[in-house]
Design a protein around this ligand. Structure first.
Ligand code: PMP
Length: 362
């Protein structure tokens, strides 16, 4: 028996233990076929059943209507930074990008290769010096934009929208680090995409949920594997999809359903985040520098008052089985990523450790 560890990595992130155990059990002999699911043809009826079931379960979990196509694609989140403009823009057309942190910035930079990309809102620090979101009434949205792109949860900065922007253009959202963490109204979006490695499954896979009227507009130069129409017409099997990642995503969706679905995990996610932020706010040894209303419920960056203790904190937390708490290199400090698979006990263990560390070193 290995000691219990809690993995706070931002991604690839921990997956639910029962999912990993089931995958292990099925690894070499799946469906009593004597082979692994990763060794069979993506065109076999057995695999197609897996693929279809995963899509159906995702549709159930998120309430995705038939107006949307659900595509299982390659290339993770950044692949979609390119796929979105290639599919929705010509070189002369415009799109509005809202910047709230490092991932929306990267999407903005990538988009510039393909069209006229407007900076509708830049990253924003409030008057107290906290990371925040530029108030919506100050955004510079353009009349002629084909779409508005934003990132509801900034994984690195720990900044999360507490509302869905009301815009009169298709809204495109990079939900890589918040998909399935809370209930959302899919009908408000033109495109939702996510790299899989936080709340869905292994890295490399990306899911794109695309409103059907936006499909079929790709530039001629778009690689076929990134063309939403090609993928839609081939049930995401234009080429060999990442079959094992898709299978694992399907197991995660089943697990989510067994937990009571998105509404139920949302409750636990709120509890976990409240526990951690309340502790940080109540202890002078630690701080979080994001405006309260925009604090991420998935990624919690925090700082030690005395940064000289960072290395000690990291070494001792790892010893205590609390892994990957080092903050992103661009932010510094610490970061605890607490996606769906992180149980409440993991956050309780983290808070207990932080309390103890503050007492001994304060
Ligand atoms: N968007 C967000 C919000 C992310 O957190 C990440 C990865 N951490 C990406 C995009 C990029 O994903 P990938 O590494 O799969 O390209």
């Amino acid at each position: 028996m290995t000691k219990e560890v809690f993995n706070f990595c931002a991604g690839p992130a921990m997956l639910p233990k029962p999912v990993m155990q089931l995958a292990q059990q099925e690894l070499v002999n799946w469906n009593d076929m004597g082979v692994s699911v990763m060794e069979i043809s993506h065109r076999s009826k057995d695999y197609i059943a897996v693929a279809e079931q995963a899509e159906k379960d995702l549709r159930d979990l998120m309430g995705i209507s038939d107006d949307y196509s659900v595509l299982f694609m390659h290339g993770g989140g950044r692949g979609q930074f390119a796929a979105v403009p290639m599919n929705l823009l010509t070189a002369q057309q415009q799109a509005d990008y809202v910047l709230t942190g490092s991932w929306s910035k990267s999407a903005f930079t990538e988009g510039q290769k393909y069209g006229q990309i407007n900076l509708a809102a830049d990253t924003y620090t409030n008057e107290k010096g906290e990371g925040s979101i530029l108030p919506f009434d100050q955004w510079k949205l353009s009349e002629s934009a084909e779409y508005v792109h934003y990132c509801p949860n900034e994984t690195v900065d720990g900044i999360e929208f507490n509302y869905i922007p009301e815009v009169d253009k298709p809204l495109v959202a990079d939900m890589s680090s918040c998909i399935l963490s809370q209930e959302i109204d899919v009908s408000k979006f033109g495109v939702i995409y996510a790299g899989a490695q936080k709340n869905i499954g292994p890295s490399g896979l990306a899911i794109a949920i695309v409103r059907k009227d936006l499909i079929g507009r790709a530039n001629g130069f778009t690689p076929s594997i990134y063309d939403y129409a090609v993928q839609n017409n081939s049930d995401s099997m234009f080429n060999t999809p990442p079959t094992y990642a898709w299978y694992l995503a399907g197991l995660v969706f089943k697990w989510l359903k067994s937990q009571g679905g998105v509404a139920a995990v949302q409750k636990v996610n709120e509890q976990k985040a409240a526990l951690l932020y309340n502790f940080i706010d109540g202890n002078e040894f630690y701080s979080n520098k994001v405006e309260k209303q925009y604090r991420s419920k998935m990624n919690v960056p925090f700082f030690l008052e005395n940064e000289a203790l960072n290395a000690k904190f990291l070494a001792e937390s790892e010893q205590a089985g609390l892994l990957a708490l080092k903050g992103h290199r661009s932010v510094g400090g610490m970061r605890a990523s607490i996606y769906n698979a992180m149980p409440l006990e993991g956050v309780e263990a983290l808070v207990a450790f932080m309390q103890d560390f503050a007492q001994k070193n304060g």
